[in-house]
Each structure stands twice: as C-alpha cells, then as structure tokens.
Design a protein. Structure first.
Length: 313
C-alpha cells in the first residue's frame, strides 16, 4: 500500500463531531469550530512529539482559562509503516490509518466514549475541538521557534495536509500541584473503568496524570479499533501491551509513594498481583467492550468493519 499522491479528506463544513468513522467522536467546542484565542503561556513538555499545550483564554469570555492541546501533523506513511502489523489485515486506505492512529483522532475517540458513557469524571475533561486559523498557527510557531517564516515547518504539514487547519482540543485547566492521597488512590479504579469502556490508554506514566486524573489519550485505542482485535497471532502481543499499561501505573504509584511519604500512599494489592503473575485474571479488557452499544446505525457499523475497513486479497 502506498500513499503517493494521497490527500487527506477535507474536514466537514459546517463542523461535525470527529473523526468521521463509526465509533465515538468529539464535537466542536463552538458551532464553527473557530474561536478568538488568547495564548497565555506554554504548559506542555519540551519533548512532546504529538502536540503543543498552552494555557489560553477563548472568545474573551469570563469562563476563565483552558488548556488547549494543538496537534502536529504526521504523514499517513508514518501510521502505515508503524501500525500495519498491529491490525488483523492491512487497512483499506491511508485515510483509515489516520482515522484510527492519528493522535488527535485517538483523543477524540477516547473522550467521545467517556462522554457516551457519562463517565467524563474518569479523566481531565475535554470540552470540544477547535480549528486554528492560519494567523493562530503562525503565532504559536513564532512564539516557540522565533522564526517568522517557519522555515522548519513547525506543525509538520505535508502536501497531503494541504488546506487542513491545525486541530486542537479544549480541556479543563487543572493544577499541576502534587496530588492528594485520595486522588492517587482513585487512579487504579479509574483506569479499570476506562478499560471496561473499551479504551486502551497506551501510556499511563506519571507525566500523563494531573491531580490523579489522566490528561493524555494521544496513544489511546478505543473499541471498535483494529489494533485491539485479539487474533490468533496478536493475542499474546495485546496481553503484553495491557500488562505494560498496568505496570506503568504501578511504577507511578511507587514513585508517588516515595515522593509523598507524608500522604501514606498505598499501592493497590490487586494491581501488584496483576503485574506480578496474575494478569490472566484481569477482566477489564478493552477488546471485550460491546462497541455497537451506542451506535445509532449498528448494522451499518458492523458492515463497515466486515466489508470496508480492511484490505481484502
């Protein structure tokens, strides 16, 4: 499969929930998905490869501040080369690899599922997506690089992204102070609930938590997702990924236990047990989620997966 000469599909106008494949989606933050944005200061990490996160005010309203996560572009070949081996069959088009593996789309699908299930309490809340104007894109690039001409292509835009705006997700702004013991103890039951909703987070290290809540789903796979299907050749690999997910949270607990000695942090015994030798008893596997549960057209969704999603010989 090659994406030579391929152009990503245009975003819907007027804006609709994204991404445009069956499954959960995130709605626009405003009816037009555009807004006046005042960029206050950078919030993310210098080595972030997927996004820029800034503290912002939006439309000059009195609602206070937000965190705005703006996503870089990646060529579809990146997803094809890195994820073809993680799907039962190659996907039918480069667009589908972007729909399922692009960081912005991963976050939209995970947050869309939390909203469907009325469980937005399980993570720092996402309020909708925005599309940056060219002027807003240029402003952020200049602030970060100091290069008025953006000679290094700050946003990673390629020919296949022609006319596509930078996509961003508006999130609640939360404190980066150390979490309390109660917040830490909630991380494990929250992750189990997230898994039970068909979401594999993909990255549960400490840097992706604020106040004991997940804030990053840029690596998340949400059912139905072709990388979560436990085929005969992939079941053991999926089990390894799930175990790694639990182990990263376990490491997070031990790090917090050492850093917050006065808070009396307790590492959950069942988390330790699953990570040590009893993972096969873990029941909240995302792949087991009934992904047709909230589909408005379940027959069409099932037909898409069976007939259109994968490349057939």
């Amino acid at each position: 499969m090659t994406s030579s000469g391929f152009h990503l599909g245009p975003l819907p106008d007027p804006p609709l929930p994204l991404p445009r494949v069956f499954g959960p989606k995130l709605a626009p933050f405003t009816p037009t998905a555009r807004a006046e944005i005042e960029f206050i200061h950078f919030l993310g990490r210098e080595n972030d490869v997927d996004s820029q996160v800034w503290k912002v005010k939006i439309n000059g309203n009195g609602a206070g501040f937000f965190a705005l996560k703006m996503f870089y572009f990646r060529h579809s070949d990146f997803f094809i080369e890195n994820y073809t081996g993680e799907t039962p069959l190659p996907l039918a088009s480069p667009q589908l690899y972007v729909d399922y593996f692009d960081s912005f789309n991963c976050e939209c699908r995970a947050y869309g599922r939390l909203k469907e299930a009325n469980r937005e309490d399980l993570a720092v809340k996402a309020l909708g997506y925005l599309l940056l104007t060219p002027q807003q894109e240029a402003y952020v690039a200049l602030k970060v690089t100091g290069d008025e001409l953006d000679r290094n292509n700050f946003w990673g835009r390629d020919e296949q992204h022609r006319n596509l705006p930078v996509r961003a997700i508006v999130k609640e702004l939360v404190s980066d102070e150390w979490p309390t013991a109660n917040q830490v103890q909630g991380m494990w039951p929250d992750l189990q609930a997230i898994h039970s909703l068909g979401i594999f987070v993909g990255d549960t290290h400490g840097g992706n938590y604020l106040g004991g809540k997940l804030v990053d789903f840029s690596r998340a796979w949400t059912m139905y997702h072709p990388a979560l299907i436990p085929t005969q050749n992939r079941s053991r690999e999926l089990q390894g990924l799930m175990l790694e997910e639990l182990q990263k949270l376990q490491d997070n607990y031990y790090d917090l236990k050492n850093s917050l000695a006065s808070e009396r942090i307790e590492v959950p015994q069942d988390l330790d047990a699953f990570c040590a030798e009893h993972f096969d008893e873990y029941e909240n596997l995302p792949s087991a989620f009934n992904w047709l549960k909230w589909e408005k057209e379940p027959d069409s969704a099932r037909a898409f997966v069976e007939r259109s999603l994968y490349e057939r010989a």
